[in-house]
Design a protein around this ligand. Structure first.
Ligand SMILES: Nc1ncnc2c1ncn2[C@@H]1O[C@H](COP(=O)(O)OP(=O)(O)OP(=O)(O)O)[C@@H](O)[C@H]1O
Ligand SMILES: [Mg+2]
Length: 300
């Protein structure tokens, strides 16, 4: 383990150091110790015998917005799916309130963790309203299929994501961006304290990207939701994250406040990209301006 960054508060981890991060521990600028309902311990994830994530330790800070960044295929979605129990660990564990996910009844997990996967697929010909309503399934009982709470949650989620006018349209006839907002509505309708969103801004125009990320922030602020988002846009990540997690090749390379994690050195290390990092003129958060593409002989 070593440190870099102006404040020296960023924890960075050598690629060969599984277990270097202590779950629940925090650096000086990090999270409150112990305040993590969702924790990954020495998490190893594999498809068949190909290991994708290797010995990853992560304590998701409660009540904060965490953003995972990293190059394509580094294991972001795989990690998120394991945090939402869509994927069973090959090694290590994911704990929710101290209990292994594998040992918690599915319905209880679904009431605690909402997960929007990267490429969700809708049942054929389902309408927007019906798909969003599926987010309520974990809350329903055999004796009460649909309650006022369900109705309120669905109406609220559709309004917040600006899809109310699409309610009766079949999901498979929507544009990519409209469809993405419907999926977000479904995740919101689930009304979970923990929300895991895999690239929720894909397909969205810039105004809707900002709207969705502002919505996430608002949910976090007003309803104390804990959110983990995978984003590709480093500048949006730096703007919206309380806690930024940079992954590379199945490991966490650095995590902490964006102002300290996002440095030119980190961008080069993680993405192999030469960049200049300047303060965002609007927010003051780090703004990554890519320079020349990285080449070994360029001396960067
Ligand atoms: N269902 C699967 N079966 C086999 N291999 C998979 C499967 N899903 C992902 N992988 C592989 O696991 C690795 C990590 O994939 P993952 O989807 O976690 O990456 P990612 O960081 O989310 O990338 P992206 O930014 O492109 O979404 C990749 O090499 C990918 O090919
Ligand atoms: Mg992905």
């Amino acid at each position: 383990m070593r440190e870099h960054g102006a404040g020296g508060e960023v924890r960075t981890y050598e690629a060969s150091g599984p277990g270097a991060v202590e779950p629940g521990a925090s650096g000086p600028g990090g999270v409150t110790p112990g305040a993590s309902r969702l924790v990954a311990r020495a998490l190893t994830l594999a498809y068949e015998d190909r290991t994708v994530v290797d010995g990853l330790d992560l304590a998701v800070p409660d009540g904060r917005v965490s953003v995972i960044v990293g190059p394509n295929a580094c294991g972001k979605s795989t990690t998120l799916r394991a945090l939402g129990r869509l994927l069973r660990p090959k090694g290590g564990s994911v704990l929710l309130d101290g209990a292994e996910l594998a040992k918690i009844p599915t319905r209880r997990i679904a009431r605690a963790i909402g997960l929007l996967p990267q490429s969700p697929s809708a049942p054929e010909a389902i309408t927007v309203a019906d798909l969003v309503a599926r987010g309520r399934q974990p809350h329903q009982r055999w004796w009460q299929q649909w309650s006022d709470d369900d109705e309120r949650a669905v109406t609220d989620a559709m309004a917040r994501t600006d899809v109310t006018a699409l309610a009766d349209r079949p999901v498979d006839e929507l544009s990519g961006g409209q469809r993405q907002r419907v999926w977000i509505a479904m995740a919101l309708a689930q009304e979970t304290e923990l929300l895991l969103l895999d690239e929720p801004t894909t397909f969205l125009d810039i105004a809707h990207q900002v709207e969705v990320l502002d919505l996430v922030r608002r949910l976090n602020h007003e309803r104390a939701r804990t959110v983990v988002i995978v984003l590709h846009d480093l500048n949006q990540a730096a703007r919206y994250a309380d806690h930024l997690i940079a992954m590379k090749a199945g490991r966490i390379v650095a995590e902490g406040p964006p102002g300290e994690v996002v440095t030119a050195e980190l961008v080069r290390e993680v993405f192999g990209l030469a960049a200049v990092v300047i303060p965002d003129p609007v927010t003051g958060s780090p703004l990554v301006v890519p320079g020349m593409p990285y080449r070994p002989e360029s001396g960067f």
